[in-house]
Design a protein around this ligand. Sequence first.
Ligand code: 13P
Length: 232
Amino acid sequence: MLIAGNWKMYKGPAEAADFCLRLRDTELEGVDVVVCPPFVSLAVAVQLLAGTEIAVAAQNVHWEVEGAYTGEVSAPMLRELGVYGAIVGHSERRQYFGESDETTATRARSALAAGLCVIARVGETEEERERGETENVLRRQVAFLEADDNLVVAYEPVWAIGTGKTATPEIAQEAHGFLKSLLDVPILYGGSVKPENAAELLSQPAVDGALVGGASLELDSFVAICRTAASL
Ligand code: 13P
């Protein structure tokens, strides 16, 4: 079971350091834990979590090794910092920054080739679900990805991200089962995961962990979710 905390655009270096120091002193066994700070806080997180089992991943990564790509960061640069992986294709990247299935796949491929682990996020919008297009959307998004030992997919329905609306365990199980029939990799659920709903979601057979946004920002709620995962 893998629990990843996506901090989004929260926690600069000082707040990240405070969180990592407290996380480092927390007993966490039987679960793989990853934190995904903003770029500027990666170095301090890597430094403070060195020697623990907790991994640090970025929230995005460019497909080229270097070049004239203002504002981007490459996989070898992240590797040099000691970063273990990266999220690609988050719906907020797709919504606000023009990320597509193609760029997501290109980022994933380059990151994997550079030795990073990748969490590739997929998921349908509310309108797509209402129109009965969920499976088509997931099929299209996953078609761009290739199975890899270091690839994990995160199913995050857009309508459940930051809305407090969580997929029911049945919806999550159905989507994960469908995704697994297309691509044989671990699948995390994301979208309003909290200590109160973690057990029912994580106990679904096709749910291999969670990608947690808001509830990963507070140590207590993040640790509670990690411990729930460890107990299952
Ligand atoms: P929330 O847990 O805040 O809904 O965010 C989910 C998410 O986008 C994680 O990547």
